[in-house]
Design a protein around this ligand. Structure first.
Ligand code: SAJ
Length: 444
């Protein structure tokens, strides 16, 4: 196996051709490996075979160039896994309704691997998961099938670190942590990933690698929750949180900048910490930090709706019956991803409170609301913003002309301080400090 990895004779299979798997498969092709892309979604595979990529980080041109090498084989049939020496699992690890790890995609991938894998195989798991998964869900089924760890079966964990849309850090130049379930697996993982990715960070077990990923993202969740709480406190103290953060950020050491907002979205930060707290509970350990961060972050959309009510109130209006426009619905700037987006939570809350809610997001133009109805973005026509009682800046994509939004909108709730000090006449409201400056009867 080692020789095959070193000589690039090994055939690689990537299971799951999403924002992680497709770029990884492309990277292996580009580095000269015969590569299989396997995904259970036949339509997805057909589209890729036709040279059409639905992953923003992989252009159609890049995909077609890989297909033209004849070293990239795509399939929706698991039988193809029999050809692979190394199989890399890049499938989703969502949460169940009960906020517990949903391992169904990993189990399904392992069902395919244990059924079709060749007599000697290396398996790497990249999906974010709780410590112990690789040993429990990757190794156990293979050993039950008669494979022998360290002889004809090797397994490692190597967390995905894909940041969709990040032009600076992509698959090849983002350091890759690799931990094996035994020494040989670790060595093979280091060699294989080292053939493709610039920097490998070997660790002494799969569990350390699994834990490191959860540490990375739980760190973010807790710090985002902390700065959100600081923002709420600063309002009570009538102190400008944004200026405070800028001042603290001038410290060249010992401080890391996070910014408050309407809450957290995406497929990582809201979910990954819950994998850790779930596993901790199995050890009778209750992480108050993780739970509190989750609670604080998930309260933010509703806090923003309360701000909307206060902003309208300054104009003797109520949410009920007001026309409200949400600007930017994707979970973060310049993304089209709506998963767990705070904007969606705000939308539902405002509808429940009787508002006539619209949204404008050229990046994420449609979504299905809680009643299952498709909602469509209004056209990006800034003059139309004047027709709303309140305009809420939720996700300030770079596509937006913030000056025009500030000029045309009668009242703005700027949840991310996107407008900063763009206007002298403060007609927007973020937090009580600025609200008091909103020009309205009886308020100065
Ligand atoms: N957010 C804040 N305040 C902040 C930072 C983020 O409110 O200071 C919000 C964002 O608006 C968003 C959510 O948190 O709704 C998550 O934002 P994120 O910047 O963490 O972006 P993600 O979800 O794409 O996180 C990914 C993660 N990457 C992987 O898991 C491989 C994370 O580890 C990265 O640090 C992050 O990208 C990144 O830095 O872009």
């Amino acid at each position: 196996m080692k020789t095959k990895f070193l000589n690039k004779e090994a055939k690689i299979a990537v299971i799951g051709l999403g924002y992680v798997g497709l770029p990884l498969a492309v990277a292996f092709v580009q580095k000269g490996f015969q590569t299989i892309g396997y995904d259970t979604r036949a339509k997805k595979v057909q589209s890729l075979v036709a040279g059409v990529s639905d992953i923003a980080d992989i252009s159609n041109q890049t995909l077609q160039a890989c297909l033209d090498t004849n070293a990239f084989e795509l399939s929706a049939s698991p039988e193809i896994l029999h050809e692979a020496d190394a199989i890399i699992i890049c499938v989703p690890t969502p949460l169940t309704e009960a906020m517990e790890p949903d391992m169904s995609f990993i189990r399904s991938a392992m069902q395919d691997i244990s059924t079709y894998a060749k007599e000697e195989v290396f398996v790497s798991l990249e999906s974010t998961t709780y410590p112990g998964t690789t040993r429990e869900l990757i190794c156990a089924p293979m050993l039950e099938k008669g494979y022998t760890l360290g002889q004809n079966f090797f397994a490692c964990y190597s967390p995905e670190r894909v940041d969709p849309g990040n032009k600076q850090f992509q698959t090849l130049n983002t350091p890759k942590v690799v931990g094996g379930v035994d020494a040989m697996s670790k060595e093979l993982g280091e060699i294989l990933y080292g053939q493709v990715i610039d920097t490998i960070v070997p660790v002494n077990s799969a569990e350390v690698a699994e834990m490191s990923k959860l540490l990375e993202n739980t760190f973010r969740s807790i710090n985002i929750a902390f700065i959100n709480e600081m923002a709420l406190l600063a309002e009570k103290m009538e102190i400008d949180i944004w200026e405070t953060i800028e001042a603290a950020s001038s410290k060249p050491f010992g401080f890391m900048k996070f910014t408050p907002g309407p809450g957290i979205g995406g497929h990582c930060i809201p979910l990954d910490p819950m994998y850790l707290s779930w596993k901790a509970k199995s050890k009778n350990f209750y992480s108050r930090f993780i739970e509190l961060a989750h609670e604080t972050n998930h309260l933010m959309p509703e806090k923003m709706v309360d701000h909307a009510a206060e902003a309208l109130n300054l104009h003797q209006k109520s949410i009920n019956g007001s026309k409200i426009l949400l600007v930017g619905m994707a979970y973060k700037e310049n993304s089209n991803d709506l998963r767990e987006s705070p904007g969606l939570h705000m939308y539902e809350q405002l509808v429940l409170r009787g508002a006539d809610v619209s949204f404008c997001d050229p990046e994420a133009p449609t979504f299905r609301d809680a009643d299952g109805n498709m909602q469509h973005s209004i056209p990006l026509n800034y003059q139309a913003f004047a027709l709303y009682d309140l305009v809420v800046i939720v996700t300030p994509h770079k596509v937006f002309d913030l000056k025009q939004i500030g000029t045309e909108s009668p009242l703005i709730l700027d949840t991310k301080n996107a407008l900063k000090d763009m206007f002298q006449e403060k007609k927007w409201a973020y937090g009580k400090v600025q609200m008091k400056q909103v020009t309205a009867k009886g308020v100065k």
